[in-house]
Design a protein around this ligand. Structure first.
Ligand code: ADP
Length: 398
């Protein structure tokens, strides 16, 4: 059974074709600059040279058609016809309180995803465009929606509510939803396997540290609390996002810096985080390099980032009472021994201690990196959200 996984942004579309008999990625790629000049599809068949298809992609429908054309092309493709695609799995960012699990897409499901647009005005419309484009190109193929928020629907109210008038939760759905759920769930399942325990018996803190970053406290295998909130702006210091802030900064900036709501929103989402503090870059590699070259603000940006991760690790250890494992994943979490080391350095009080000898040359491999005698195991586990989406798609359409 072959499953196509689609992750649609407003001007981009990432895809993977996975053979689910052995979970092998047959082809993957990215359609970018949809609706703009110089649009193209970067298409890669496993083990072969990357192809770049330069083509006008005025909308997502043309982008999907181009991707399907590449996948079925006699020269650069991997399947003979589109009939070989048994089902399509779609990443959908926001499922609100309606979806605690993945679902087969029906007209009612589309309506419910539309109802969540207010909560994710940038993401859900793009996800819906991807679904519509696939339905047009492959009218007889079942589609499944996998939500970033679904895994966190198990959080108890004391962890998901804000201390605002309760009516705002009832009227507008203002609460913590959490994101990156597919990734937190995937690495938690892998960690449980590596611990040799059923997931339902594991307490795990998963650290998804990429350009966007969040931490999740997983109690008995279920999301119990997470650092992202009503939107993916909350929590950790990220590439360009501020994370946790005093809300009073918003009216202060509007009154004193003459900023509009939109400007403040852009400031928090696009100009803050390690980019804003360092003034160097949103990419942690650039910041580590600048810090090594004596750039004080780059060093400060890394310190702020580490400090906030430690803050959550401490808080979540207290919430969970007993922690079996901590997992590092995503771009920085998987690839930066330096970041892992800095984060764990001051946490001996939480029974967290790395074995630096185990934490070298991992390059995308799963590994246990904590000292053997320590109770809290620390793992590096490369995330695989596409595989998770494909697994749910198979489970729901088989
Ligand atoms: P997202 O999916 O949120 O865009 P990723 O999970 O791909 O992000 O992570 C991207 C980030 O990971 C980059 O911005 C970069 O800062 C960081 N990163 C990737 N590789 C390394 C590395 N070798 N060392 C330090 N940071 C890295």
């Amino acid at each position: 059974m072959k499953v196509l996984v689609v992750n649609c942004g407003s001007s981009s579309l990432k895809y993977q074709l996975i053979d689910m008999t052995n979970e092998e990625v047959l082809a993957k790629g990215l359609a970018e600059r949809i609706g703009m000049d110089n649009s193209r599809v970067k298409h890669e068949v496993t083990g072969k040279e990357k192809q770049v298809i330069e083509k006008a992609l005025p909308d997502h429908t043309v982008a999907i058609e181009t991707v399907l054309g590449a996948i079925t092309d006699p020269e650069i493709g991997v399947i003979a016809s589109m009939d070989e695609i048994s089902a399509v799995g779609h990443r959908v960012v926001h499922g609100g309180e309606k979806f605690a699990e993945s679902v087969v897409i029906t007209d009612e499901v589309i309506k419910a995803i539309e109802d969540c647009i207010d909560l994710a005005p940038l993401h859900n419309p793009a996800n819906l465009m991807g679904i519509a484009a696939i339905q047009k190109a492959l009218p007889d193929t079942p589609n499944v929606a996998v939500f970033d928020t679904a895994f966190h629907q198990t959080m108890p109210p004391e962890n998901y509510l804000y201390a605002l008038p309760y009516e705002l939760y009832e009227q507008y759905g203002i609460r913590k939803y959490g994101f990156h759920g597919t990734s937190h769930k995937y690495v938690a399942e892998r960690a449980a396997e590596m611990l040799g325990k059923p997931l339902e018996e594991c307490n795990i803190i998963t650290c998804h540290l990429g350009n966007g970053a969040s931490i999740c406290a997983i109690k008995n295998g279920q999301s119990y609390d997470t650092s992202m909130g009503f939107t993916p702006l909350d929590g950790l210091v990220m590439g360009t996002r501020s994370g946790l802030l005093d809300p009073s900064i918003t009216p202060f900036l509007m009154n004193n810096a003459d900023m509009t709501v939109e400007e403040v929103d852009t400031l928090y989402n696009k100009k803050s985080g390690v980019l804003g503090v360092s003034g160097v870059s949103s990419d942690f590699r650039d910041i580590e390099e600048a810090a090594d070259n004596g750039n004080e603000r780059a060093r400060l940006a890394l310190d702020l980032f580490v400090n906030r991760v430690q803050f959550y690790l401490g808080g979540y250890t207290a919430l969970l009472e007993e922690v079996d494992a901590i997992v590092f994943t995503a771009g920085l979490g998987e690839n930066s021994p330096r970041a892992r080391n800095r984060i764990c350095e001051g946490l001996q009080c939480l029974a967290i201690e790395l074995d630096e000898a185990l934490d070298t040359g991992l390059r995308g491999k799963e590994a246990l990196i904590s000292k053997a005698q320590k109770d809290v195991k620390v793992f590096v586990i490369p995330t695989d959200e596409e595989l998770m989406i494909a697994r749910d798609t198979v489970a729901l359409t088989k």
